[in-house]
Design a protein around this ligand. Structure first.
Ligand code: DHB
Ligand code: FE
Length: 279
């Protein structure tokens, strides 16, 4: 049986990747942000996972408004990093955890979830940036990836409860998989930000700090919120945080919050990171 060895939550702001590309990580603007990830990088280097499940949303790069799946799962053996307009990125391709992906898709359909199944697709900053934050810039990524896309772009987005339910299926899939893989689950997106409309530039430090502890220790509170509550509390794009619920539901009811970091703003976003382990 494969095993979940940790849950990670992190922002996925695209300019983090651009800062790394341009060698800006040690500049006064970026240093405090990247410094907070050192503990997470050390944790993952010691934990030695084989697979990273990455829960993220596409941002009009691989899916556009003409067709948006509510949930999609990658079953490819390889994913390349999409060019989002700053030019091709010097990061390696991501090797897919193909068999585990198919096993997860089987479990999902068996549990009355009907995801879009992707055999060939590129991945945007939603997956690229979390991988860079935890693994740096290796010649080859030390883990295979299992990508899960959640629509947080075009309403109606899925409910927090639906994201939670997907996380429980993810846990069942991993624990019933006949392998000895060590798996980490990354919930990405957030924290508070709004990139559009009247509240463009909105940040909510208080809600962000409460989230980092609350998602670990009182996830029921966040599972029970409405989508509108997420938009109100965290901004229209901050509602990406529903994706952390997939990760949290795959973990045990009781977890230990072993690392936590918050920095605001990174670009226009309250940026946060947690590492949790099952208690
Ligand atoms: C920003 C944040 C995001 O989560 C995103 O997907 C795109 C942009 C930002 O703050 O610039
Ligand atoms: Fe985003």
């Amino acid at each position: 049986m494969a095993r979940i060895i940790g849950g990670l939550g992190t922002s996925h702001v695209p300019s983090i990747g651009v800062a790394l590309d341009k060698g800006l990580a040690d500049t006064p603007d970026w240093k405090p942000f990247f410094a907070g990830y050192e503990a997470g990088k050390e944790w993952i280097a010691a934990a030695k996972p084989d697979v990273a499940v990455v829960v993220f949303n596409d941002h009009g790069n691989s899916f556009f408004l003409d067709r948006i799946p509510t949930f999609a799962v990658g079953v490819a053996d390889r994913y390349t990093a999409i060019d989002e307009g700053w030019g091709p990125r010097a990061i390696p391709d991501f090797e897919g955890a193909e068999e585990l992906s198919w096993h997860f898709v089987d479990k999902l359909v068996d549990s009355h979830f009907d995801p879009l199944v992707c055999r060939e697709i590129e991945v945007d900053h939603g997956l690229q940036v979390p991988m860079e934050l935890f693994f740096g810039r290796p010649d080859a990524w030390p883990v295979k990836v299992l990508p899960i896309w959640v629509n947080t772009i075009q309403y109606p987005i899925p409910t927090p409860q639906r994201c939670w339910d997907m996380g429980t299926v993810l846990r069942e899939a991993i624990e019933s998989y006949p392998g000895d893989e060590r798996v980490v689950i990354m919930g990405t997106g957030g924290l508070s930000h709004q990139l559009q409309g009247k509240r463009a530039g909105f940040l909510n430090r208080e809600a962000d700090l409460a989230w980092l502890d609350g998602i670990a220790n009182d996830p029921e509170h966040y599972r029970n919120l409405r989508r509108e509550d997420y938009v109100e509390l965290f901004g229209s794009e901050g509602a990406e945080l529903i994706m952390w619920l997939v990760m949290r539901a795959a973990m045990s009811p009781k977890v230990n919050l072993v690392h936590k970091h918050y920095h605001a703003p990174a670009s226009m976003t309250g940026a946060g990171m947690i590492v949790i382990e099952n208690a």
